[in-house]
Design a protein around this ligand. Structure first.
Ligand code: TZP
Ligand code: MG
Length: 213
């Protein structure tokens, strides 16, 4: 499965209770998320695996790639389309040894140097950020938007670059004007009163801005 589309949404158990995770996934998909990730920091692996097994068929039905954050073993076990790892989560080769050659493997990057290194190592896509400080990723400073154009040119011409961190429906115009084309939006969607409506607004805003370029 290939990663296409501009809106990468995350079911993050920092915002959604485990018992609401499937409903949140359903709503994000209904709203038009192009990629869906399950992110569950500090939860038991068994619980994450159970949720992943329930969310995977929803993504399959929607034709949307499903990505598991942080746990290559769980990704391999449930047969997700992708796995996402951070800077401290080891090499691509170590992940490939667990998930095989077919799975999409993404890397979080926090600087242009890390972005280029991830491309050279062979990752299938990157997250680039946090652009702005965000409660979803506490303790990480915002890196700003000034390096988006160079990362788009040098990395984004080869693999998808998803800008992340503090991105909301309201600031999509400025983030895309700064050069981004694909984004991850977490709290702005999950904290909305209607997750599906919020995701749909984000999706349409992205498509409209892209179409007007
Ligand atoms: N990695 C960098 S910023 C971030 C992650 C997982 C969180 C983004 O969440 P939000 O709520 O969209 O700022
Ligand atoms: Mg991680």
């Amino acid at each position: 499965m290939k990663l296409t589309g501009q809106l990468y949404a995350i079911v993050d158990l920092g915002y959604v209770k485990p018992e609401s995770a499937v409903a949140a996934a359903t709503a994000l998909l209904a709203g038009g998320a192009d990629i869906l990730q399950l992110r569950a920091k500090g939860h038991a692996e068994r619980e994450i695996e159970e949720l992943a097994k329930r969310i995977l068929p929803l993504c399959r039905e929607a034709g949307v790639p499903f990505v598991v954050n942080d746990y290559p073993e769980i990704a391999a076990q449930v047969g997700s389309d992708g796995v996402h790892i951070g800077q401290d989560d080891g090499s691509l080769a170590a992940v490939r040894a667990i998930v095989g050659e077919q799975m999409i493997v993404g890397r979080s990057t926090h600087s242009p140097e890390q972005a280029k290194a991830a491309l050279e190592e062979g990752f299938d896509y990157i997250g680039f950020g946090p652009l702005f400080p965000t409660p979803t990723k506490l303790g990480r400073p915002g890196i700003g938007m000034e390096n988006i154009p160079s990362v788009q040119t040098e990395v984004g011409s080869k693999i998808p670059v998803f800008c992340i961190g503090g991105i909301k429906r309201a600031n999509l115009p400025e983030v895309l004007a700064a050069g981004a084309s694909n984004v991850v939006i977490v709290s702005d969607l999950l904290c909305a009163s209607e997750i599906a409506v919020a995701a749909n607004e984000a999706k349409h805003r992205l498509l409209a801005i892209e179409a007007a370029r």
